[in-house]
Design a binder for this molecule. Structure first.
Ligand SMILES: *Cc1c(COP(=O)(O)O)cnc(C)c1O
Length: 409
């Protein structure tokens, strides 16, 4: 494709939209923001600067910020209302940058962090950062352990915290099945001066819905994450906390160090999606989890080995399926040929696929539909049917769910 006219651009975008409408999107880190929310992304804010470098948002570097300032403050109020926390920062343009800001603001050279290993579906805020020489030499990282069901091993983590005295523990990953033991670490954290941070990137929408424990209520000092995974907003990031000193440091790491233009056009769209979640979040979040559980049961009944069966498979929007027996390598690409989009991971000890329900739930699927979805997986991975043949049925199925629910129309 060569872009010469605007129509070339339009044509390729149209192809993308048509292609994705025919796919069954089970990528746990994606969602469909409503058209109302999407429309807000194209406003004038996308060409404006809203720099501020202190906790006082009235103290602006740029002129012309009269309504931008008011808008940002009102959006912060909404964030505090939905997620709790006395202080919010919405300048990170994604969950990763939000985590970087927390890590860079609150750690000193020589500090140790305990986080989730990539092999356990960690996102890896500190581990991969240590591949950069500057960080490798200054920040140390250890990893929390998970049991066979996918839950954090509480006692092992308590012992690590006491023995290793990390400066920070970062809970939360990209494959969170069960709520983490934050309460169980709070007392040790107080005694040993450990910061409990929560990476909510995946479960933000469930927390907003009130169907997953809010880490701040459980005792986390600071929470950060993405606004576009289980939370159906525009792509973006956030940090919230009750701790003014920490948030001052986080804000200072963000500006002027990490970000100067914070992509203001995200904010009207994010504010709209916050209002949407206040109205529809409860119903949406609980259906996401019901669907995830129903899908786990249907996958297990189809012959797959689903993680966490003894704990009811999942408390979140995703399930982890061991497909080693059927697809030793790259099942994600094979499934993609059949129009089924999900994630695979082979960093861990078992080859797993991660299947998420935020988008199909938004598309209107309920528990009964999860049986059909499990059948598509079975046809490709267990029955080894030609993916092209399965694709035809997947496309028809996906197209019959082209609308969306739990949203302003
Ligand atoms: C997706 C993810 C991130 C990164 O968020 P972006 O919004 O993609 O920048 C950080 N942490 C975890 C656990 C994630 O899953």
């Amino acid at each position: 494709m060569k872009f010469e006219e605007l129509s070339d651009i339009d044509e390729l975008l149209k192809k993308h939209d048509e292609y994705r409408a025919r796919c069954l999107n089970l990528i746990a880190s994606e969602n469909y923001a409503s058209d109302k929310v999407r429309n807000y992304l194209s406003g004038d804010f996308s060409n404006r600067y809203g720099c501020y470098t202190t906790m006082n948002m009235d103290d602006r570097e740029y002129t012309g910020n009269k309504y931008i300032n008011e808008f940002e403050q009102a959006t912060h109020d909404l964030v505090r209302d939905v997620f709790g926390g006395k202080y919010a920062d919405l300048r990170p343009i994604g969950g990763h940058m939000a985590g970087m800001a927390v890590v860079l603001a609150l750690l000193e050279p020589g500090d140790l962090v305990i986080e989730v290993h990539l092999a356990d579906w960690g996102h890896g805020l500190v581990g991969p950062m240590c591949e950069l020489r500057q960080f490798e030499e200054t920040i140390n990282v250890e990893y929390m352990k998970f049991d066979k069901t996918g839950a954090v091993e509480v006692e092992a983590l308590q012992k690590m915290a006491v023995d290793l005295k990390p400066k920070m523990i970062i809970f939360g990953g990209s494959g969170t099945l069960f709520a983490e033991p934050i309460k169980e670490l709070r007392e040790i954290a107080d005694r040993e001066n450990i910061i409990l941070a929560y990476d909510a990137s995946h479960v933000t929408g469930l927390i907003a819905s009130g169907v997953f424990p809010n880490p701040l209520d459980e005792g986390a000092d600071v929470m950060f994450g993405s606004t576009h995974k289980s939370f159906p907003g525009p792509q973006g990031g956030f940090v919230v906390s009750d701790n003014k000193e920490m948030m001052t440091k986080v804000g200072h790491a963000l500006s002027p160090s990490l970000v100067t233009s914070h992509h203001l056009n995200r904010l009207p769209a994010f504010a709209a999606s916050l209002l949407e979640m206040k109205k529809y979040g409860k119903a949406y979040g609980s259906q996401i989890i019901k669907n995830a559980k129903a899908l786990a049961e249907a996958m297990e009944a189809s012959g797959f080995n689903v993680k966490g069966s003894s704990r009811g498979y999942t408390q979140t929007h995703l399930i982890l399926v061991n497909v080693g027996e059927y697809a030793p390598k790259a099942p994600g690409k094979l499934l993609e040929k059949a129009g089924i989009l999900c994630s695979d991971d082979f960093a861990g000890s078992v080859p797993e696929i991660r299947i998420g329900t935020p988008e199909v739930t938004r598309r209107g699927m309920k528990e009964a539909n999860m049986k059909d979805v499990a059948k598509f997986f079975k046809r490709v991975l267990i029955d080894k049917e030609d993916p092209e043949a399965v694709l035809k049925d997947v496309e028809k199925y996906a197209l019959s769910f082209s609308d969306y629910e739990y949203a302003f129309k």
